[in-house]
Design a protein around this ligand. Structure first.
Ligand code: SAM
Length: 293
C-alpha cells in the first residue's frame, strides 16, 4: 500500500469514516520522495531507535521501520490507532502509543521504551504545537546535562525553521534561537511545498535537523538564570536589551545591568538579537552573581 498516494489516503480515511482533524494539525504527506528523504536524514546508524511524534496513517512510520531497529510512535488521535494497526501490520519493530506527547513524562517514557539506548526523534510535527514540542524535547530529556536524544529531525513551518536556524546577524534571531543554540546545532535540510500534503496547508514547510551536544560546550552557573536572561532580553523587542532586562530583573539596578553589558563587551544600547549563546551565558553568569551576592 502506498500511504502517500492521495487516493489511498482518502480511501483509508473513508473506510474508517474519518475526516482530517484540523485541531490536531493533520496534514498528511503525499510525496514519497519527501518521506524517504526525512527518514534517510533522521539517523546515520541503522541500529538506532526512533521516536516518532504524530504518525498519522503511518507514511513516515513505514519508512522508519524499514530503516531502523526500533520505532515508537506517539499519536494523540485515538481514531487513527486502528488504521495504524493495519498500515503497520507487517512490521514487528514498531510500537504505537495513543498518547498526547505534551502530557508524557519524557524521562520515564524514554526509560520504559528505550532503556539506555540512544534515541533519535523524527516527525512531521503538527503546526499548532511545533515550538512547545521542540522545547519539551530539548528541556525535559536531559540527565546530568546530557540529552537522552541524539538528534531531532522535524518538519516545521518554513518561518519557524528560519527562526530556529537564524544567526545573530538575521532578523529572525530570537529567544528560541538562542535557547536552541545552548542545546545543539541546527541545520535546515530542505523545504517542502504545500502541494505535498493532504489537506494542503497555507504555508511552506521545512525539514530541520537538530544535532544535540553530547557534552554541552556551554557551562553556566544557573540554567534558570540563563533562560530568564534570554527571555528577559527579548521580552520587549522594540526596547534595548538594557531596558527590556531592567523590567524583568528586579534584583539588580538598571545602572548595574548597563555596566554588566559593557563588561561582557557590548554597548549598553545593544539589542538581544546581537548576542550569541556564549554572550548570553556570560551575561547570565554575571547577573547570577548579582542575585546571589
Ligand atoms: N506523520 C504523518 C505524515 O507525515 O503524514 C502525519 C503528520 S501530521 C502533520 C501531525 C500528526 O501529529 C497527526 O497525526 C496528529 O494527529 C498528530 N498529533 C497532533 N498533536 C499531537 C500530540 N500532542 N501528541 C501526539 N500526536 C499529535
Amino acid at each position: 500500500m502506498n500511504l502517500c498516494d492521495i487516493k489511498t489516503i482518502k480511501q483509508t480515511m473513508a473506510m474508517f469514516s474519518l475526516n482530517f482533524r484540523k485541531e490536531f494539525g493533520q496534514n498528511f504527506l503525499t510525496d514519497n520522495m519527501t518521506v524517504e528523504d526525512i527518514a534517510d536524514n533522521c539517523c546515520d546508524n541503522p541500529s538506532s531507535t526512533i521516536l516518532e511524534i504524530g504518525p498519522g496513517i503511518g507514511a513516515l512510520t513505514c519508512q522508519l521501520c524499514e530503516r531502523y531497529d526500533k520505532v515508537v510512535a506517539v499519536e494523540i488521535d485515538r481514531t487513527l490507532i486502528p488504521i495504524l494497526a493495519e498500515t503497520l501490520e507487517e512490521y514487528d519493530n514498531i510500537k504505537v502509543l495513543n498518547e498526547d506527547f505534551m502530557k508524557l513524562d519524557l524521562k520515564s517514557f524514554i526509560k520504559e521504551n528505550y532503556g539506555d539506548t540512544p534515541v533519535s526523534v523524527c516527525a512531521n510535527l503538527p503546526y499548532y504545537i511545533t515550538t512547545p514540542i521542540i522545547m519539551k524535547l530539548l528541556e525535559e530529556s536531559r540527565v546530568d546535562g546530557k540529552s537522552m536524544f541524539t538528534s531531532l529531525t522535524v518538519m516545521v513551518q518554513k518561518e519557524v525553521a528560519d527562526r530556529l536556524c537564524a544567526t545573530e546577524k538575521d532578523s529572525e534571531y530570537g529567544a528560541i534561537t538562542a535557547s536552541l543554540n545552548y542545546y545543539g546545532k541546527v541545520k535546515k535540510l530542505f523545504t517542502v511545498a504545500p502541494g505535498n500534503f493532504l489537506p494542503a496547508p497555507s504555508v511552506t514547510s521545512a525539514v530541520i535537523r537538530i544535532e544535540l551536544y553530547e557534552s554541552n560546550p556551554y557551562t553556566v552557573k544557573s540554567e534558570k538564570m540563563l533562560f530568564d536572561t534570554i527571555s528577559g532580553a527579548f521580552a520587549q523587542r522594540r526596547k534595548t536589551m538594557l531596558n527590556s532586562l531592567a523590567s524583568s530583573m528586579s534584583f539588580v539596578s538598571k545602572e548595574r545591568i548597563g555596566q554588566i553589558i559593557n563588561e561582557i563587551g557590548f554597548d549598553s544600547n545593544i539589542r538581544g538579537e546581537k548576542l550569541s549563546i556564549s554572550d548570553f551565558c556570560a551575561l547570565a553568569d554575571k547577573l547570577y552573581e548579582e542575585k546571589t551576592k
